[in-house]
Design a protein around this ligand. Structure first.
Ligand SMILES: [Zn+2]
Length: 317
């Protein structure tokens, strides 16, 4: 087996980061889990206190109660269904063969040997900016290089630096993640059951009253208005840490710094028109954020000499 360029220290940092990402995901679904658990033990507490059965039986209530309960529950399901329909982010993979992609494939293959992992797929993206992207489609992680980058005539070192940065994202298990239709439907269904299920249970216990329907709607809207933006923030890539890992893989932080400077210039001088609502621009090699911090981090690594780097790429959620 070839020498793995990543030492214990950086491997531990990668493992720590991956654990932290999982913890962030748990943090996002924690309120729904707490809701489910709290409302699930309610019948047990109720039966202990009142010495009666778990279920009080169907209490139909008045006609108006029923109608309002049904309307509120329908209004609760509506945004969840809408979210499923809107959740259709597509990675803009270019059709047909990609001229000039071989140097990137070679770089990805040798970097993967250095990292001790299988080589990822490298594909070209139909995006009009000199850029790159790490993404996962149906659970398969790949690197995308934009057609503009393939045509930009980057030097071998720049190709290696760009590929190493994206390969580092794959090691960190981050990037644009696009689950297939089945997975999307399953997640939505699970959430719907977890959010609405406890309120249904409570309705069976205490009767189908309008206030339970309204409580379910209010809780769902409150949770979604917090979790959707928080999820988008928490899922963002850590480009600083990816740069640090990439420098360890290539032992060439200077080339990565030059590549960032060059592509940042191109990015700001020729703004690319991205489709409205698309999430992928946030995941590009040069996106809208972090460039100054990345350059400072790489300069520090260069000063120390080699692919080290003391600045942690950690970003607080
Ligand atoms: Zn990145």
């Amino acid at each position: 087996m070839a020498d793995v360029a990543l030492d214990r220290d950086i491997l531990q940092r990668i493992a720590r980061y991956r654990r932290r990402r999982k913890a962030r995901l748990l943090f996002l679904i924690a309120p729904v889990m707490l809701e489910t658990v709290a409302l699930a033990i309610l019948p047990i507490v109720w039966s202990q206190v009142h010495g009666g059965p778990f279920f009080m039986g169907l209490q139909p209530g008045t006609r108006a109660d029923w109608a309002l309960w049904s309307i509120f529950m329908a209004l609760t399901v509506l945004p969840l269904g809408f979210l499923l329909m809107a959740w259709t982010e597509k990675v803009p993979v270019a059709p047909g063969p990609a001229a000039g992609i071989d140097p990137y494939r070679d770089a990805a293959a040798s970097l993967s040997i250095a990292a001790g992992v299988p080589a990822p797929d490298v594909v070209s993206l139909a995006v009009p900016t000199v850029n790159a992207l790490a993404f996962s489609r149906s659970g398969k992680w790949s690197i995308g290089i934009t057609e503009a980058a393939l045509a930009a005539g980057l030097t071998d070192q720049q190709v290696e630096a760009l590929t190493a940065h994206e390969a580092a994202h794959l090691l960190l298990r981050e990037g644009l993640s696009v689950p297939d239709r089945r997975a999307r439907s399953l997640v939505t269904l699970m959430f719907t059951v977890l959010i609405i299920g406890p309120f249904l249970l409570a309705s069976f216990m205490f009767g189908f009253s309008w206030y339970l329907g309204l409580a379910c709607l209010a809780w769902t809207l409150l949770y979604l208005s917090w979790a959707l933006p928080a999820g988008r923030r928490l899922r963002r890539n850590d480009d600083v840490l990816a740069d640090t890992v990439a420098s360890r893989l290539t032992c060439n932080p200077a080339a990565l710094r030059e590549t960032i400077e060059l592509l940042e210039d191109l990015y700001t001088s020729e703004p690319a028109p991205f489709p409205p609502g698309a999430a992928y621009p946030d995941y590009l090699f040069i996106s809208r954020a972090q460039v100054d911090r990345r350059l400072a981090n790489l300069a520090a690594i260069e000063r120390e000499g080699g692919g080290g780097g003391a600045i942690s790429g950690a970003t607080l959620p």
